[in-house]
Structures are given as structure tokens and as C-alpha cells.
Design a protein around this ligand. Structure first.
Ligand code: KIV
Ligand code: ZN
Length: 512
């Protein structure tokens, strides 16, 4: 295939907005359209003017405000719809009317069942061609740029589809939209359909073929790319793949596939891909659909590495595990997500990025603590690492170490705690009750260590976010007129409190 260009037709504001549960205001459409223009899309389908006064207003506003892309409006093959498009688009520098109707037997029998369209399916099919031609001619009274959609092409009888296409091109349509409306097609098959259109529609050289694929079987992007490989030179898509039911083909996936695998597609688009991440977040926010973390190209995990083998390979050479650069799609830079599967290399790298250079022994301590926490949490954040470091690396001799604790809180009974503390190489055990679970643990620690420093102050705070946040306890104790501060960190706030108390006791003992 020779190197040339595929036009990007964005329908986020029309088909995308048809997603169940979403509605965009006129101002929101304008803001998204400005971002789409920055992104470099060739055509913006702004709305369906006859469907509501707001859609009409949005199309009008975009025509007045947006420079660059062609502004397109949708209609059925009905005069009133086409006239509404013509009026709404009147002020556009470049306008397009997108009209059409259903061409599969299922659509024709279902939508044109009334006898006024013909008594037999064959008669109805002739009538549909008549209506299609009339619609294109009517649209041509408003603009030279008329796109025709043959709805449900994916399930239409090919020979009939070719007849419709030939007729609408003769009537003046310059773009032929071949929608797989129900997301039924398979890439190879859809590619073949596009190819057969290039071979069987006699006047096809007068029109551009466009692919409009839905994602009901998860193949919208693959079908669109198959169409490009077989001669389509426009693809219709939405940001984040939003749209009716399972959505439309995702623009960022189509464009980045074409760009990343240019060796295979040998074709270009006008898209400035560095705007994808920002556009994705804007659309997600305005439509109220979160972007899945594992969403290709724009998901928060799209450039995140977590397992030891991947992290190690990625840190040695980025290309080992990345086929695109995050900056190419405007995504925050690649990150190593610290989890229980991340090895020492990943933890050391992250600590270095945060400005901590630890000795091998210190790193080992931190890594062991990291593993304990990572086993309890899905992800270990920077704040967790800082908390571990402050807890672990400010080394003093650990005369006492909390080995084990068990706390029972029962309604109607005072909380009870048992602890095992290593004291100068010997294990001491104790159990106690208290006013609360922390008080019970503290009393048990006092009994196990044989020390009873006075507690001056105790605070607990979450140092990270979420249900599995790290809690940091700080406790100030007093002995012989001197105060000592101990800190403890854990996902369990009682354990953090116990560690803080033992830490303070160790500082007190070290100072004696
Ligand atoms: O999916 C479809 O068939 C459509 C047409 C209206 C173009 O969105
Ligand atoms: Zn559609």
C-alpha cells in the first residue's frame, strides 16, 4: 500500500454522547471541540440538530467558534433533518452533512415495514435507494460535502449495499460511511467488505470510504484498522471509545496503532498524539465515565511496570517493555508501581529518585519492611517508603523489639492484649487489659519490659490514602525529666501504636 493519509472523523460529541447515561451541555461540547481541534482531527461531528434545540445550538456554536476541522452534522434521510443540519451549519467555514439510512434486511424490514415503502422486501429496497438519492440531493443544496451512511452495513447483503453506494455517489455523496452499527463484523470479513466496495462500486473513485465501527464484540479498533488496510481513508471514532452500548472505536488506539506500527500500515494521520491524555481526561470528566486503569494508551497503568522481571528490564532499557513513549501521548511519565512483586532493583531505583541513598544493609532493612507492607497493601506509595525509612533507618540499638501482639476487643468487655517482646535477647510475654486497645497493648508492653515511662502525648494519623492506608503513631514518653519520641508505622494502627511505644522505650534506654 502506498504511503498516504487516513482522515480522522471524531464523533465523540454525537455518537459518543449517545452513550447511556451521558449528556453534554453546549459549553462542554465547545470545550471538547476546542481540544479536538488542538488534537488535529479532520472532521468533528458536532451533533444531530433536529434531535433537540440544544444539539442545534451546539452545532451552530461550534461552526462559529472552531477553526480548522470540518464541522459535520447528522441527519436521517428525511427532509426536515437535512434542513435542520443545513441551517445549523450555515456559518461554518467548512461544513458537512452526514445523512443516511439502514440498508440491512433487518433494518429495512424493521424501519420501513409500512406498506407505503413497498409491499415486498425487494420493493422496499428500491424505495430505500430512492430515499437515499433524494436525501443526498437535498443535502447537496446546503454543502458540497455530503457524507452518506449505510447503517448496519456489517449485516447488509453486499450486492445491495453496492447498489446503494453507487446511487448515492451519482447523487453527489463524496464520503461513503460503512458503519458496522451493531459491532457484528470480524476484522478479516470487514476488511474484505471494504475491499469489495473498492472493486464492485463502479464510481467509487469519486468518494472516500469511511469506517464506522462499534465495539459490541470488542473488535471496533481491529475492524477499523482492517478497513484502512483495505482502502478506507477515513475512520470514525471517539475519544476513550465512548458511545452507544459497548461504544465506538477508540481514536487513541487507532491512531497510535497506525503511528507505532507505521512499518506495517505505511500511512499517516494529522493527529498530534501528545494531546491524547489530556483529551481523554477531559472527555471522561465531562461524560462522567472513568477511564479504566488498563485502558490502552490512556489508562493510568498504560505505562506502569510492577513485576520484578519487568521492572528490572524496563530500568535497564525502556524499550524492553515499552513500545511507545508516554510523552508521545501526553501521559505522565512511565512509572514503577511498587507491589509485592517488585524486586530490590525497583525499590532502590524509586528511593534514589526520591533522593535517598542507602547503604546495602539499610536497603535490605527497608526492603524487608517494604515486603511486609506490600503483602498487606495492593500498592506501596512514596509516602509509605518515606514512612518506612524514617521508621527503619534512624537506627538506634533495638534493645526491645515487638515480636508479636494480639488484641481482642469485645462488646461489653475491656479490651485485652498479649505481647511478646524480645528484651536483650530474651523473649518476654505479658497480657493486660486497658481502657482501649492501645491502652491494653501499652500496659502489656510495660509488663513485658518492666519499664513504666509516663506517656506525655500520643497521636495517630494516616500517612497514605485509601482503606489500606499506612497509619503513623507518634508517642512521647518521659523518664527522669527527659522526653523521648518514638514513631511506628503500619497498616494496622494498633500495631503502629505499639511500635511507636517500643521505639520510644529504646530511645530512652539508649540515652541512659
Ligand atoms: O452506528 C451507526 O450506524 C451510526 C450512524 C448513524 C452513522 O452511528
Ligand atoms: Zn454509530
Amino acid at each position: 500500500m502506498s504511503s498516504d493519509k487516513v482522515l480522522i472523523f471524531d464523533t465523540t460529541l454525537r455518537d459518543g454522547e449517545q452513550a447511556a447515561g451521558s449528556r453534554l451541555g453546549v459549553r462542554e461540547k465547545l470545550e471538547i471541540a476546542r481540544q479536538l481541534a488542538r488534537l488535529g482531527v479532520n472532521i468533528i461531528e458536532a451533533g444531530f440538530p433536529v434531535s433537540s434545540p440544544k444539539d442545534f445550538e451546539a452545532v451552530q456554536l461550534l461552526c462559529a467558534e472552531i477553526q480548522g476541522p470540518i464541522i459535520c452534522a447528522l441527519s436521517r434521510a428525511v427532509e426536515a433533518d437535512i434542513d435542520a443540519c443545513g441551517k445549523a451549519l450555515a456559518k461554518a467555514a467548512k461544513s458537512r452533512i452526514h445523512t443516511g439510512l439502514g440498508v440491512s434486511d433487518i433494518h429495512i424490514a424493521g424501519k420501513f415495514g409500512d406498506d407505503k415503502y413497498g409491499k415486498t422486501l425487494e420493493a422496499k429496497k428500491d424505495k430505500v435507494i430512492e430515499m437515499a438519492v433524494a436525501a443526498v440531493k437535498r443535502a447537496g443544496e446546503y454543502t458540497d460535502d455530503v457524507e452518506f451512511y449505510t447503517e448496519d452495513s456489517g449485516r447488509a447483503e453486499p450486492a445491495y449495499l453496492f447498489r446503494v453506494l453507487e446511487a448515492v455517489v451519482d447523487a453527489g455523496a463524496t464520503v461513503l460511511n460503512i458503519p458496522d452499527t451493531t459491532g457484528y463484523a470480524i476484522p478479516e470479513e470487514f476488511g474484505r467488505l471494504i475491499k469489495s466496495i473498492t472493486e464492485k462500486v463502479p464510481n467509487i473513485e469519486k468518494a472516500t470510504i469511511s469506517a464506522h465501527c462499534h465495539d459490541d464484540l470488542g473488535m471496533a479498533v481491529a475492524n477499523s484498522l482492517a478497513a484502512v488496510l483495505n482502502g478506507a481513508r477515513q475512520v470514525e471514532c471517539t475519544i476513550n471509545g465512548v458511545g452507544e452500548r459497548a461504544g465506538n472505536a477508540a481514536m487513541e488506539e487507532i491512531v497510535m496503532a497506525i503511528k507505532t506500527r507505521n512499518d506495517f500500515f505505511n500511512i499517516d494521520t494529522d493527529i498530534e498524539s501528545k494531546h491524547f491524555y489530556r483529551t481523554s481526561r477531559m472527555v471522561a470528566e465531562m461524560l462522567g465515565f472513568e477511564v479504566a486503569a488498563n485502558k490502552a494508551i490512556v489508562g493510568t497503568n498504560a505505562f506502569a511496570h510492577s513485576s520484578g522481571i519487568h521492572v528490572d528490564g524496563f530500568l535497564k532499557k525502556r524499550e524492553t517493555y515499552e513500545i511507545m513513549k508516554p510523552e508521545d501521548v501526553g501521559s505522565p511519565k512511565s512509572k514503577v508501581v511498587l507491589t509485592a512483586r517488585t524486586g530490590r532493583h525497583g525499590v532502590r531505583h524509586r528511593l534514589q529518585e526520591m533522593g535517598y541513598t542507602l547503604s546495602t544493609q539499610e536497603l535490605e532493612h527497608v526492603y524487608q519492611r517494604f515486603l511486609e507492607i506490600a503483602d498487606k497493601k495492593r500498592e506501596v506509595f512514596d509516602e509509605d517508603l518515606i514512612a518506612i525509612i524514617t521508621d527503619e533507618v534512624r537506627a538506634i540499638e533495638q534493645v526491645y523489639e515487638l515480636e508479636y501482639m494480639h488484641v481482642v476487643c469485645e462488646t461489653g468487655k475491656p479490651p485485652a492484649a498479649s505481647v511478646k517482646v524480645m528484651a536483650k535477647g530474651q523473649q518476654k510475654q505479658a497480657s493486660a487489659c486497658g481502657d482501649g486497645p492501645v491502652d491494653a497493648v501499652y500496659e502489656a508492653i510495660r509488663q513485658a519490659t518492666g519499664l513504666s515511662p509516663k506517656i506525655e502525648k500520643y497521636t495517630i494519623r494516616a500517612v497514605t490514602e485509601g482503606k489500606d492506608a499506612m497509619g503513623e503513631a507518634t508517642v512521647r514518653i518521659k523518664s527522669n525529666a527527659r522526653s523521648f519520641i518514638g514513631r511506628g508505622v503500619s497498616t494496622d494502627i494498633i500495631e503502629a501504636s505499639a511500635k511507636a511505644y517500643v521505639d520510644a522505650i529504646n530511645r530512652m534506654v539508649a540515652a541512659e
